[in-house]
Every structure is written in structure tokens, then in C-alpha cells.
Design a protein. Structure first.
Length: 277
């Protein structure tokens, strides 16, 4: 009697599933790289431009609670927030580029320390703006709370990523750093999610564009960081110990999410960021 080993070399093979998962992750990252680079350019041209001209009142074209005459601490929080916004967005992209981790480890370490510090400043300045200007900041109380929870998650992930880097437990550091990147990207996801929705419907459906409240925004405020964080956990588990089927299903999920995100990036670029600069 002869025993037979059947090796599946087709689309159900573990090799194909691993390649599909890596390909989906690369597609996701390219989408994020494109969208966050455009977001950074918008911040630099619009907010840095207004700051260089000393014309902070321009902020108010975009932010209801932008520059307020006489509110020194609040204005410092707003200016710091938008100045650091471009820094954290570009810094996060640099941290994820494999070539920088491999070839320039010192840059990765210093940029990582800066990233953790700036993430802390962003969360605290954002929380300060919400607490001291809650009447003026766009959105409902629910939206404000969801954003503050996003800020708290950023603080937690930043502390854990920093701690495990100090302890030289790099596997755990990598996981917390990825969670930090996703949590930080929540506000960007909110913008592309909203613009994808507007692009899909051609009109503000499910929310009031003046008060910036409504069931759609309430849902989006929470989903923009929870869904990507869940996707990350599923991806990490599938990559580490998933079966071929789990890897394939995850690759399809990440691929579909990336296609939706690409739609949002195009919509936000042409409908929101480019017209403002
Ligand atoms: C960490 C990544 C973050 C980035 C890159 C970021 C970026 C920005 C930008 C660019 C603006 C100006 C509005 C616009 O042009 O789109 C803004 C406004 C604002 N951000 Fe953030 N932000 C971040 C995190 C946070 C967090 C964690 C909070 C809350 C805890 C927050 C609270 C706010 C508030 C309240 C405004 C003013 C909105 C208004 O006046 O209606 N941000 N942010």
C-alpha cells in the first residue's frame, strides 16, 4: 500500500493565502500613504500658510472653534494641534516604511520617540479644545465623547509602544506601535469616511451639515477607530497563526476595506482638501 501526500499548489494553498494577505496589506498601506500624504499637504498649505502670514482667522473658514480673539490658551492649543497634525501624519508614514526600519534604524528610533510625544500632545490639545470650547466645536456631545475616547486610546497605545521598546520586547512593541498608528489615523479615517459617504449619496444623508450632528455621524465617530483596530487584530492573528482559509478571508476583507478607503481618499481630496488650498 502506498501513501499519498496531496500538495495543493492552487489558490487554496498556504503559500497563495500568505501572498494574498501580504498583497492586501501592501494595498492598504499604499492607500493610506497616498491619502495621508495629501492630508499632510493640505495641513501644511492651509494651516502653516495662515500661520506664516499671521492670519489665524483663516482657521475659522474650516473650524468653528478655530481662532478666538482673547482666548490665549485655547488659541495656543488650536495652533499647536494643527502644527503637530502634519508632523504626526508624516511621522507615522515614515515609521511604517520598511526601508527606513531596515536601513536607518536610528531615524526609526528617534522618529518613534517624537511620534509618541506628538501623539500625546495631539490627544491632550484635542481634549482641551473639546472641554473648553464644547459649545463651539463641531458635532454632538456623543461625537465629542467618541473623539475623547479615541484620544485616550492613542495615549494608552503610545505608552505601551514606548514601554515595550524600552524593555526591548520588540514583538510586543511592534503590535502596540501598529495599534497606535491605527488609533492616530482615526481622525483621518473619519474625514475619508464622511467624504466617501457624501460621494456615494451626492448629498448629506443622515446628518445635518450645519450642526454636524445626526445618526450617520454618531455611527462614524465610533466606527472610524474601532473597525480599523478590529481589522488589525484579525490581520495580526491571521498572519501569525491563521489557516489558509482565514488568511484568504482576511485578505479579501482588507482588500475591500482598502477599496472603500481609496474612494474616500479621492472624495476627500477633490471635495474637501484641494478646494481649501
Ligand atoms: C492624532 C491625530 C490627529 C490629527 C492628525 C488631527 C488633525 C486635526 C486637524 C487637521 C484639524 C483641523 C480641522 C481640519 O482641517 O480638518 C483638527 C481639529 C480638531 N481636532 Fe484633531 N487631530 C488629531 C487628533 C485629535 C484628537 C485625539 C482629538 C480629541 C481628543 C482632536 C480634537 C480636535 C478638535 C476638537 C478639533 C477642532 C474641530 C472644530 O473646531 O470643530 N483631534 N484636528
Amino acid at each position: 500500500m502506498t501513501s499519498q501526500v496531496i500538495i495543493d499548489t492552487g489558490w487554496r494553498s498556504p503559500e497563495f493565502a500568505s501572498k494574498a494577505l501580504d498583497g492586501a496589506a501592501r494595498f492598504w498601506f499604499v492607500t493610506v500613504l497616498l491619502g495621508q500624504t495629501i492630508f499632510s499637504l493640505y495641513i501644511v498649505v492651509f494651516y502653516y500658510g495662515a500661520t506664516v502670514q499671521g492670519d489665524f482667522a483663516q482657521f475659522n473658514q474650516v473650524m468653528p472653534a478655530g481662532y478666538i480673539e482673547g482666548d490665549g490658551p485655547g488659541n495656543i492649543a488650536v495652533i499647536g494641534h494643527v502644527m503637530f497634525a502634519a508632523l504626526i501624519t508624516v511621522g507615522g508614514l515614515l515609521q511604517l516604511l520598511p526601508v527606513i526600519r531596515r536601513r536607518l534604524p536610528a531615524l526609526h528610533r528617534w522618529n518613534g520617540r517624537l511620534y509618541v510625544l506628538v501623539a500625546t500632545v495631539m490627544s491632550l490639545s484635542g481634549a482641551y479644545m473639546i472641554i473648553t470650547r464644547s459649545e463651539l466645536v463641531a458635532g454632538s456631545g456623543f461625537g465629542h465623547t467618541a473623539l475623547m475616547i479615541n484620544g485616550a486610546i492613542i495615549l494608552l497605545c503610545a505608552a505601551m509602544a514606548f514601554r515595550f521598546a524600552r524593555l526591548r520586547q520588540f514583538d510586543r512593541h511592534r503590535i502596540w506601535a501598529l495599534r497606535l498608528f491605527i488609533a492616530v489615523s482615526g481622525v483621518w479615517m473619519f474625514r475619508i469616511g464622511m467624504m466617501a459617504w457624501l460621494g456615494l449619496h451626492g448629498a448629506p444623508v443622515g446628518f445635518d451639515p450645519v450642526t454636524f450632528t445626526g445618526p450617520f455621524l454618531t455611527t462614524l465617530h465610533t466606527l472610524t477607530y474601532i473597525v480599523p483596530l478590529l481589522f488589525l487584530e484579525v490581520y495580526l492573528r491571521a498572519k501569525a497563526q491563521g489557516s489558509a482559509t482565514q488568511k484568504l478571508m482576511t485578505a479579501i476583507g482588507v482588500g475591500l476595506l482598502s477599496i472603500a478607503m481609496l474612494g474616500g481618499v479621492l472624495s476627500a481630496t477633490f471635495g474637501m482638501w484641494l478646494p481649501r488650498i
